[in-house]
Design a binder for this molecule. Structure first.
Ligand SMILES: Nc1nc2c(c(=O)[nH]1)N[C@@H](CN(C=O)c1ccc(C(=O)N[C@@H](CCC(=O)O)C(=O)O)cc1)CN2
Length: 283
């Protein structure tokens, strides 16, 4: 058995096509959506992700505003950039690329973003709305995972989902998203304190690996036919390494490749948040 591919690149391309039409309609009505990014430092991975976000904007017709600060930027300088984008009428929404360099208070920065401009859905107010079930911008990677499964016809309602990793951009909000009434999954959130990871993963219909540990999910841990999504990003000898071992393709029913799976969906969901915000502002 070889798993079918959860093709994030193709799905993201289709979503971008849909967004391009919505952006054209907004522009015709005189509304120009704009995405801002704040990048601090010179981490090559973060720079690559931010470059990609601006390229995506150009593709669908969203304006982009780029604020790049040196690795030496102080907490105050980063907060100043946040206040500037909060006040910029050309900026519909924006993101602060994570992680920030060591020593900066990430939570304080995220808390200063205007919740109405929080394109990442990571402001405490928007995470709170996710808990309470109100409409608000959703974190991009979790939203991309749900959309990727939906568009490939993988049943989420009633599924046993195991999420490996409790980070703020993926694991924690994904658990909240999947347990909403509209998704209706049963979620187990595993982390470094989990005693028998393999026992949990073996029960899962859907496995989301976001631990950042290369190959942590191997074939012997996966239920035949399960959907396995690889969100892990590590570098091994300069090459991208995911959390899912190659032999999983022989057992699983669906696998999201890495690259080409959840990453492109994360980018597409960011654009989708901006377009929704612009439509909401238009009324
Ligand atoms: N403010 C945020 N910071 C970070 C987030 C986030 O959602 N908001 N997530 C990640 C980085 N990220 C987006 O910012 C991101 C990661 C990966 C990809 C992607 O397309 N990856 C490619 C492979 C790229 C490679 O070769 O390295 C793929 O999967 O095909 C896009 C966005 C942390 N920070």
């Amino acid at each position: 058995m070889t798993a079918q591919k959860l093709d994030g690149s193709a799905t993201a391309a289709a979503i971008k096509g849909e967004l391009k039409e919505r952006v054209a309609a907004l522009r015709e009505a005189g509304v120009v959506p704009g995405l801002g990014t704040i990048l601090v430092g010179d981490d090559p991975g973060s720079r690559w992700y931010v470059n990609g976000k601006h390229k995506d904007c150009a593709e669908v017709g969203i304006e982009s505003i780029r604020v790049d600060l040196p690795a030496t930027a102080t907490q105050e300088e980063i907060e100043e950039a946040v206040h500037t984008l909060n006040a910029d009428p050309g900026c519909t929404g924006y993101i602060v690329q994570l992680p920030l360099p060591k020593g900066r208070d990430e939570n304080r920065v995220l808390g200063l973003v205007d919740p109405a401009k929080d394109a990442d859905g990571l402001h405490p107010t928007n995470l709170g709305w996710l808990v309470l079930g109100n409409e608000a911008p959703l974190p991009c990677t979790p939203n991309g995972i749900v959309e990727l499964l939906r568009r490939h016809g993988v049943e989420i309602a009633g599924a046993e989902v195991v999420v490996v990793g409790r980070g703020v951009t993926v694991g924690r909000p994904l658990g909240l998203l999947l347990t909403r009434r509209s998704e209706n999954a049963t979620v187990t959130l595993c982390h470094t304190g989990t005693r028998d990871l393999a026992a949990h993963v073996r029960r899962a219909d859907i496995v989301v690996a976001a631990a950042g540990v290369p190959g942590i999910i191997s074939a012997d841990m996966v239920k035949p036919g399960a959907a396995v999504l690889d969100v892990g990003v590590s570098r091994v000898e300069g090459k991208l390494a995911g959390d899912v071992a190659d032999d999983v393709w022989q057992v699983a029913g669906w696998v999201s490749p890495n690259p080409g799976g959840v990453g492109p969906m994360t980018r597409a969901m960011l654009l989708s948040n901006i377009v929704s915000m612009a439509e909401k502002a238009r009324g």
